[in-house]
Design a protein around this ligand. Structure first.
Ligand SMILES: [Zn+2]
Length: 82
């Protein structure tokens, strides 16, 4: 799975972003809305918003928006599944 370093800009992303008010679903802290908010590309890579499957696909979760939330890339990685 490759994800752009640019902020995702899709209707789905916007719906999730607005539903979560820009907060990470895993740690509850604000996520940067764009690369421009971060001083360094390495920080953006860690803290950029990424899609997280609430129920992992490997555990039978649906690949559907109802099973998606936004989380920091780092939090998503720590959780250990996408
Ligand atoms: Zn987080």
């Amino acid at each position: 799975m490759s994800q752009s370093f640019l902020p995702p800009d899709t209707p789905q992303f916007r719906r999730l972003w607005e539903a979560q008010e820009g907060l990470c679903a895993l740690c509850g802290k604000p996520m940067p809305a764009s690369r421009a908010e971060m001083d360094h590309a390495t920080l953006w890579k860690k803290w950029r918003p990424t899609y997280d499957h609430i129920i992992a696909l490997a555990r039978g979760g649906p690949d559907h928006e109802s099973n998606l939330q936004l989380a920091h890339a780092l939090c998503n990685k720590r959780k250990g599944m996408g």
